[in-house]
Design a protein around this ligand. Structure first.
Ligand code: HEM
Length: 488
């Protein structure tokens, strides 16, 4: 009994002193935010685990202004200067809780790597993401898009869950580019068992939240169900075997895909600059996750918004069908300059950003000045696309889907955008490595779809709002039922 009293007293004393320190003596104590969030870590973690954090952070910015204290040592910033001041610096790294590696994995990936290893990875991967290389992937990408179009055309008019079909497409493509093997989802019309393991973002947020409590984190290896670890190891094993098969396949040695570029880079560089086999495997997995779910979100977002906004839908259809008389004319090069298509993509990435949540970085040694404030080493600064892109300081009528705001001759002075606030792919050394690939895929697929088909929603509108969906780093997407008809 006495021991219990001692333990409770210690916990109470610890919480009380933390509260007093965090509220009155912490270097961030003068920044505004709700009392419990300023005092303790758990409110922001609870919002994250409930799938509400970006929405909550947005409402806090509306109440408290451009800088909000969202945890004792963490600020969220919607001042547009923060993008460049944080993300263009190589020494601003993700806090340790956000770059953890799965149990049993020794290699780093782009997300977990310290600055020097990260720079080595980006150098080794850069040939695979040059404009020239991306253009060389187009025939492979086009093959998958043609399969998707054939599948839709086969039963159209019909209703499809486009979340599933976009998922099949993006996974097949990135699997082929990174592992030299497709997941064959499009051909089979079914998801791959492996994909559902990769898309356990909810579980990943739980694992991250636990990292904030080292005592509980230490117990994780003992309390994690064996089945979960087995599933994870199967994923790594599948990746290992696919990459081995690809390396040993003589016929594919000159193939232009992401893996091919990395293998050629290794061949032509000293060991100190190369990526090890384990590093290639872990990074390939990272790119498979980063290069599929993000694109699925963006494509679903575009379809959701266009079907919900008939005048924007019509403007896009007119642009595509008046530019192209035959499908053969549609290519990466011919879709790139289309103004309305690009405006739709920007507006989609603003209202349905594939990474809506806080991107956190720790202030490096020596401190740093961001958004006019000086911060000491270790302070965590976060920028989140959702509250940044929903801020009326940066976008007029921010909740409205209005691709016209991105056109030079919008004809509506009330629609504006602040380009300095808009980095849906982030920027700098940790910015999205796949940005050009993503833009190629989005432009090409949307152009092909709107060239071939007409779309609408089954009940004349969706009975749910995009931003009702929960967010676990990315959106937990509801099925997107769409009527697909061949164009008249
Ligand atoms: C619309 C599509 C996409 C969007 C909006 C997007 C957005 C982003 C953002 C915001 C980041 C920075 C995350 C952070 O700093 O925490 C990022 C990083 C990354 N993205 Fe993308 N992405 C997209 C597509 C892709 C594709 C197609 C790939 C394929 C390879 C990819 C691979 C990656 C990787 C590997 C990183 C980590 C980069 C690093 O830390 O050096 N992404 N992406």
């Amino acid at each position: 009994m006495e021991l219990v009293v001692i333990i409770f007293s210690c916990v109470f004393f610890y919480l009380l002193t933390s509260l007093i320190y965090n509220l009155y003596f912490h270097p961030l104590s003068h920044f505004p935010g709700p009392l419990l969030w300023r005092a303790f870590q758990f409110p922001s973690l609870a919002a994250m685990l409930a799938g509400n954090l970006p929405y909550k952070v947005q409402s806090l910015h509306e109440k408290y202004g451009p800088i909000v204290r969202v945890a004792p040592n963490e600020l969220s910033i919607v001042d547009d200067r923060a993008w460049k001041e944080i993300f263009q610096r190589r020494d601003f790294l993700r806090p340790p809780q956000w770059g953890a590696r799965p149990p049993g994995v020794n290699a780093h990936n782009l997300v977990s790597a310290p600055a020097d290893i990260h720079a080595r990875f980006r150098k080794a991967l850069s040939p695979a993401f040059s404009e020239q290389s991306i253009a060389s992937y187009e025939p492979l990408i086009r093959e998958y898009f043609d399969v998707l179009i054939a599948k839709l055309a086969k039963t159209a008019p019909d209703t499809f869950d486009m979340v599933a079909w976009f998922n099949y497409t993006t996974f097949d493509i990135i699997g082929d580019l990174c592992w030299g093997e497709s997941f064959n989802c499009l051909a089979s019309g079914q998801g791959h068992a492996f994909i559902s393991v990769l898309l356990h973002f909810k579980a990943a947020t739980i694992a991250t939240a636990i990292k904030y409590y080292p005592a509980i984190d230490a117990l994780i290896p003992y309390i994690t169900p064996k089945s979960a670890l087995t599933m994870l190891h199967n994923v790594f094993d599948t990746g290992h075997q696919s990459i081995q098969r690809r390396i040993q396949d003589e016929a594919k040695s000159d193939q232009s895909d992401i893996l091919g570029h990395v293998l050629r880079y290794n061949k032509n560089n000293p060991v100190s600059l190369q990526m090890s086999q384990e590093e290639i495997e872990f990074n390939a997995l990272t790119m498979i996750i980063g290069g599929s779910e993000t694109l699925t979100t963006a494509l679903c977002g575009a379809l959701y918004q266009l079907v919900s906004h008939p005048s924007s839908y019509q403007a896009l259809v007119t642009e595509i069908r008046s530019t192209f008389q035959s499908e053969k004319q549609i290519s990466g090069a011919t879709v790139k300059p289309l103004p309305y298509l690009n405006a739709v993509i920007n507006e989609t990435l603003r209202l349905c950003p594939p990474f809506p949540d806080l991107m956190r970085r720790a202030v490096p040694k020596g401190g740093a000045t961001v958004a006019g404030h000086h911060f000491t080493e270790g302070t965590v600064l976060g920028v989140a696309c959702w509250p940044m892109f929903q801020s009326s300081k940066h976008f007029s009528d921010p909740g409205k889907f209005a691709p016209e705001r991105w056109l030079h001759d919008a004809g509506d002075e009330n629609l504006s955008h602040n380009g300095n606030a808009f980095y849906p792919f982030a920027l700098g050394p940790h910015g999205c490595i796949g940005q050009s690939l993503a833009l190629l895929e989005m432009r090409l697929l949307l152009a092909l779809l709107f060239f071939h088909f007409d779309f609408d929603s089954p009940r004349g509108g969706f009975d749910w709002d995009w931003n009702e969906q929960k967010i676990y780093w990315t959106w937990e997407k509801k099925p997107l039922s769409i009527n697909v008809r061949k164009r008249l």
